[in-house]
Design a protein around this ligand. Structure first.
Ligand SMILES: [Zn+2]
Ligand SMILES: [Zn+2]
Length: 111
């Protein structure tokens, strides 16, 4: 499979392995997350893609410590979306420990 181009600068993205390293019942080895993660060699973009292909989803760095493993600046947050019942959600994932968590968030301000 060939790497997609960076949405920002057009360079070829590099695969970024992300593994679950916490809450492994039975003590097995780290499992790769189900998404494909990509990072730009220029350092201007990071995101993920469905393993079957499809659009790239941009992630933003979430400042501070990972709430799960405590590492600094390893937590990334996705674009907010609105559910059918009107509530807003976003999604954070730590690229160090591989833990992700959906969050309920206030509606974005409408201009
Ligand atoms: Zn780039
Ligand atoms: Zn973590």
């Amino acid at each position: 499979m060939s790497a997609p181009p960076c949405p920002r600068c057009g360079r070829e993205l590099e695969p970024l392995p992300v593994h679950h390293t916490r809450n492994r019942w039975g003590g097995g080895p780290p499992r790769p997350r189900s998404e494909l993660w990509w990072t730009c060699p220029a350092g201007d973009w990071l995101g993920w893609q469905n393993p079957n292909g499809g659009p790239l989803h941009t992630m933003r760095l979430w400042p501070g410590n990972c709430p799960f493993c405590g590492e600094d600046d390893t937590t990334w947050v996705g674009e907010p979306w609105q559910r059918e019942d009107g509530e807003w959600r976003d999604w954070v994932v730590c690229l160090d420990c591989g833990t992700s968590n959906p969050r309920r968030i206030p509606p974005p301000a409408t201009p």
